[in-house]
Design a protein around this ligand. Sequence first.
Ligand code: CFM
Length: 545
Amino acid sequence: MAIAKKKLVQWEPTDIKKELLSKYPAKVARKRAKQIMINEALENATPEITANVRTIPGIITMRGCTYAGCKGVIMGPTRDSLNLVHGPIGCSFYAWLTRRNQTDPGPDGANYMPYCFSTDMQDSDIIFGGEKKLAQAIQECYDLFHPVLISVFATCPVGLIGDDIHTVCRNMKEKLGDCNVFAFSCEGYKGVSQSAGHHIANNGIFTHIVGENDEVKPGEYKINLLGEYNIGGDGFEIDALLRKCGITTISTFSGNSSYDQFASCHTADLSCVMCHRSINYVADMLETKYGIPWIKVNFIGAKATAKSLRKIAQYFGDQKLIDRVEEVIAGEMVAVEAAQKDVLPRTQGKTAMLFVGGSRAHHYQELFAEIGMKTLAAGYEFAHRDDYEGRRVLPTLKVDADSRNIEEIEVEPDSTRYNPRKTEAELKMLDEKGIKFKEYEGMMTEMEAGTLAIDDLNQYEAEKLVELLKPDIFCAGIKEKFSIQKLGIPMKQLHSYDSHGPYAAFKGAVNFYYEIDRLVNSKVWGYLKAPWQESPELSATYVWE
Ligand code: CFM
């Protein structure tokens, strides 16, 4: 039975959870109960959440597919990689410029972003096999563009019929001679979400590109920025800030990136991981093979940005850099503080809910906190337990059949190029100063006690949450946008930023404050009434009510 209607102040998190589960059949409710947690905000023991498991059939999930994670997320933003989709045209068409990763065409002008490449498989290719057609398409791409890389992406039907795309690519690479060609077995069904696609893409880049170019690039403090995808120009903003501090970015995985950045990333001296979920694999592999340590950074939120810059400066330990970073922070904070002061009287005490992929639901809580807003509930579409509870849970994670489906590649120290950038003693000293290497504490440790952490939220639960807790703003993606707005709540897309942004670094923070101020204080939502609310003609209840 449904719980009697209560006002917001009376809702206890346990009531909310009960209410979310009340409509489900017993078996479904049991499963979902393990993915809906009431946060305890403890440092070393967070409630165990079930994550990275299959969505329950029949539930309208917010997730994407493995192909989306590989082709769209990781390989998508690399301008000079010609991304050829082997499959029916829809898979390519719907991944065509739909993620707002921005790109600077670069000095050589090699930029295939605006194109949509596909083998356009037909029924006959499904029946007789698509390998010949794939080889032909690779040849055609090469003849037209002469790219440095042609990467091939498998879609579901390709996996089902068993086309040997890897052999086709190997043969074509040999035939073409001056163009790298390799494939990803990233069929949509391969994993439980796009997260599997990240893993497959990272393995592919590491195996086929990383380490190809040993040339040492100029620059004093060289880093890799891992897990920053330049959505809405975030990457441009971060790059400009790093440059101002005198820090050189050797590679970005993979916002505004090029083939050569991947090929020479092993020459950097520190890897900075922004989106832990999508890229922690590369950080680990770079450390094992080349001796490059990694730290977690976050450029979403002014405080987090300052903290990240200080961490990088401390790592290099050069007083000149430390001073420069302080100077830059002090300069940038003037505008940030003025903006905070301006919006705070209007945003203080308002509430938000955030349900985004695998890292933003955490990072953006910082921005809301900076303008006095409280997060009532947050969750990820496809994160793993370590993104919620911190990497300390890694040794206890059970590997299920779905994860075993994704190849783990064996990486060993490079026989000639392994070069630990810091000695054990130096690392220990930095650790004592508070720089934690290979560490991510997860979203739940930073959320208040009593807030809700919900994995793989679905449409039904999203609407229920809004109805019960009435947040001032709900953040998610395009699939959720209009159903939420019809409930009379502003909905901000945190994947695409609704054609706005950048929101990263200091200038991005100021953009975000004003955007949220505008959204949560707009009067328009109060006027919103659906036609049936104004003149109800028919009303009904479900038979089970
Ligand atoms: Fe990382 Fe991303 Fe995200 Fe992600 Fe994504 Fe994205 Fe995202 Mo959309 S890599 S996990 S697979 S931060 S596309 S730039 S916004 S779901 S929270």
